[in-house]
Design a protein around this ligand. Sequence first.
Ligand SMILES: NC(=O)c1ccc[n+]([C@@H]2O[C@H](COP(=O)([O-])OP(=O)(O)OC[C@H]3O[C@@H](n4cnc5c(N)ncnc54)[C@H](OP(=O)(O)O)[C@@H]3O)[C@@H](O)[C@H]2O)c1
Length: 180
Amino acid sequence: MGWLNGRVAVVTGASKGIGRALSTAFANEGASVVCAARSEALLNQIVALIHEAGGRATAVAADLSTEEGARLVVERGLEAFGHVDCLVNNAGDSGPTKPVQEYPLEEWRYTIDSDRVIAGQADARGTTPEAIRKSFLERSPLRRMATADDIAYAAVFLCSDHARSISGQCLPVNAGEPAS
Ligand SMILES: NC(=O)c1ccc[n+]([C@@H]2O[C@H](COP(=O)([O-])OP(=O)(O)OC[C@H]3O[C@@H](n4cnc5c(N)ncnc54)[C@H](OP(=O)(O)O)[C@@H]3O)[C@@H](O)[C@H]2O)c1
């Protein structure tokens, strides 16, 4: 018996990275998964993997920075599975590569519209990704970096009945790394 049996989950950004781990984890726990992003071929790959493992999933190619794209994903999810119970708003990209305070309004809106975090900050800070990675490990009390699976299973928990009394909370999955 999976933690998400009978649920339907929309996972945005399902074509790559954390979104693939989320899609797999949700399907393994019994959810039907609406896998959404712009890259149709990559979405078809993850959906095929889920089907091969005996799970249920459908791919929807859409630009989620637009209202039209967001509506399409929900409509296709309803057509495929009849209801939608969980929204995992994971889609995002590296966005503009400069300190936040230097963003023009247009770039700020683009960043917010598709739930993007500011990557490329290594460039903006004049350092390297490896140096940033090293500093994460040094600051983590657990001496590890959170993996995509760590994030996926935290999301599975939050969408399950085990979290039924949790609402409006933040759950950092960051190996105890203090904010900087
Ligand atoms: N990795 C990290 O260390 C880290 C840290 C903090 C926060 N995050 C956040 O976690 C999320 C996933 O990160 P990741 O590392 O897995 O990133 P990733 O590998 O770059 O994947 C980003 C996903 O978002 C999708 N996406 C981007 N813009 C989209 C749009 N306009 N419409 C639809 N889909 C869009 C991409 O798909 P297509 O290109 O196919 O559309 C892709 O599937 C992001 O929101 C990121 O900001 C990541």
